[in-house]
Design a protein around this ligand. Structure first.
Ligand code: F6R
Length: 548
């Protein structure tokens, strides 16, 4: 959704009700109420049948048409004003929605309603805007309202009024967006993904600096005291996709620095399990958009069970940011490319800093070790910069992967977590089948898939595990695999086994993932470009997954 021309929308809706199509906007039978919708209305069949009994007919198969006609029904039957008609419909429909509705009797006004789907409202010099996220309206304004769940807004020229579900007027704060419109543009790069990969040194540095004061990590805005952190015995990390992969990597770091038990859960699984959460626990949800439906649901479930929650979130004012008890904002800025890169990297460092803080609050780390690890974290941005300078080698190697059909990513410990992310990056933008395996698992089944020419990409940064992973690389190589490795400087012996080795700067093992992931992002990017795909908008994928 972006700036809406009222007269055009009416015109389109009128013509649309004649044509049998599912495209928005949809309108009531007499064209009196018209609207567009983002989200899913779960009980639309039930509402549709009720409306049919009341004499309504439907031209599309959509849940949106049902919502519009339900509003129209209350509007006419009870002779209600727009906000009352909308709120009546809102309590009848189940699911998620960001709805924009217009009434012929109220020209010059757009009504918006929101539940669990992203929606923001902007305002400037006599104009009002509605969109699902901030970058869509940055060209026009930086003054934004974050409409809450189950709230309604009335947009008039340059004026917005908010209402609660009882149609009572409410006040919402106006937020000034600090990022400029330029940062949402490509800034000279061919694609957003490449631009965002190159922004990583800066945004990772910003994220680290945001919690550093006098060389100590401070989480001033957290409601968690050292005493409370000491009492925690279990940390659940819950997320989806790449954010879940961050959780897997962070698990190793927290376990290594503290005595906390850590469980990492896929939000889509967690929400339907009957997991008995320990009361002395902390739930960390990770989300770039802050709107991922499953992650949001997991957060709400955890809160309902009285568990303290903490969100690692990128989008300010998003649902997860608003609902989590504590928020650690990553400062990645707007991420436009569907495949995450810079937000992922910021989430990783956010996780390291949290792990460090947990260790300190629980007195499980010496001051010397704390300083040493913090210094290591602070070197990450410069080291990422160095990897980016050397990207041509990866571009060259990517040409060898353009025509492959299958690939495996292997690694152990943190390297396994990074392999999972590398594998997802490759498959989502280059459509090459790819699997990530903990290297030790290969011989429990997947090794039977290795044949002449199968590509195996190994991540080998963890000193304790190097030999083990090399033995797995040798196993697949002897079965015909083409082996590539990403490792830290100094492990030159990998060239005996791998046909191509990419070196990242040496770093404390716990934080090596922040470096080893960068060549994998670049490799996926170049393979996708080599295949001629739309790297920023891979097929079948959306940037925010706001439905289950
Ligand atoms: C992959 C990717 C997705 C997201 C996932 C969670 O490149 O971007 O896997 O990581 O959809 O999204 P957020 O972080 O917005 O909750």
């Amino acid at each position: 959704m972006s700036k809406i021309d009222l007269s055009k929308l009416y015109e389109v809706a009128q013509n649309h009700s004649l044509a049998t199509t599912n495209a928005h906007p949809h309108s009531s039978d007499d064209g009196n109420v018209v609207g567009v919708h983002n989200g899913i209305i779960e009980n639309y069949q039930e509402q549709r049948e009720k409306l049919i009994k009341k004499g309504y007919s439907f031209t599309s198969q959509t849940d949106t048409e049902v919502a519009i006609k339900l509003i129209d029904y209350y509007y006419k039957k009870y002779n209600l004003g727009p906000t009352d008609a909308i709120s009546r419909a809102m309590v009848r429909i189940r699911g998620s929605y960001a709805l924009c509705i217009m009434f012929k009797d109220y020209p010059g006004e757009i009504y918006c309603a929101r539940k669990d789907s992203p929606m923001i409202i902007g305002i400037s010099n006599g104009e009002s805007y509605v969109a699902s996220d901030v970058p869509a309206i940055l060209k026009y304004t930086r003054s934004v309202y974050y409409i809450g769940n189950m709230q309604i807004a009335r947009l008039q020229k340059g004026e917005v009024t908010f209402f609660n579900i009882d149609s009572e007027e409410i006040q919402l704060p106006l937020t000034e967006i600090k990022w400029d419109a330029e940062s949402a543009e490509k800034g000279g790069y061919k694609h957003f993904m490449l631009k965002e990969i190159h922004e990583q040194p800066k945004v990772v540095r910003d994220t680290i600096n945001s919690v550093l004061k006098d060389n100590i990590v401070h989480f001033d805005s957290f409601n968690l005291t050292d005493e409370e952190i000491k009492e925690i015995d279990t940390v659940y990390i819950i997320a989806c996709g790449s954010a879940y992969h961050v959780g897997v990597a962070i698990q190793y770091v927290i376990e290594s620095l503290t005595s906390l038990s850590v469980r990492v859960e896929l939000a889509s699984e967690f929400r339907y399990r009957e997991m008995k959460l320990r009361q002395n626990s902390l739930v960390i949800v990770i989300s770039q958009s802050g709107e991922t439906a499953d992650t949001l649901a997991a957060l709400r479930m955890s809160k309902d069970r009285g568990i303290k929650t903490l969100g690692i979130v990128n989008v300010v004012g998003s649902s997860i940011a608003r609902e989590a008890d504590n928020v650690f904002y990553t400062l990645a800025g707007p991420e436009i490319s569907v495949a995450t890169t810079k937000a992922y990297s910021c989430q990783l460092v956010a996780g390291y800093l949290l792990a460090l803080q947990f260790a300190k609050s629980r007195s499980e780390i010496t001051d010397e070790k704390y300083t040493e690890l913090l210094e290591a974290i602070k070197t990450i941005p410069d080291k990422i910069e160095k990897i980016l300078v050397d990207k041509e080698r990866l571009q060259w190697y990517s040409t060898k992967l353009v025509n492959i059909t299958d690939s495996f990513f292997i690694g152990r410990g943190i390297d396994y977590a990074i392999g999972m992310e590398g594998s997802l990056k490759l498959k989502e933008i280059s459509y090459i089948h790819s699997e990530a395996y903990a290297a030790g698992e290969l011989k429990h089944g997947p090794i039977s898939l290795i044949e002449d020419g199968t590509v195996v990409i190994s991540v080998v940064t963890q000193d304790k595990l190097v030999e083990k992973t090399i033995s797995n690389m040798v196993e697949v190589k002897s079965r015909g695999a083409k082996v590539m490795a990403v490792t830290t400087a100094g492990k030159y012996f990998l060239e005996d086994t791998a046909e191509f080795v990419c070196y990242v700067p040496a770093i404390e093992n716990l934080f090596a993932g922040s470096l080893s992931v960068v060549p994998l992002q670049l490799l996926s990017y170049y393979v996708s470009i080599g295949k001629g795909f739309d790297v920023d908008k891979p097929r079948n994928l959306a940037k925010s997954v706001t439905v289950e």
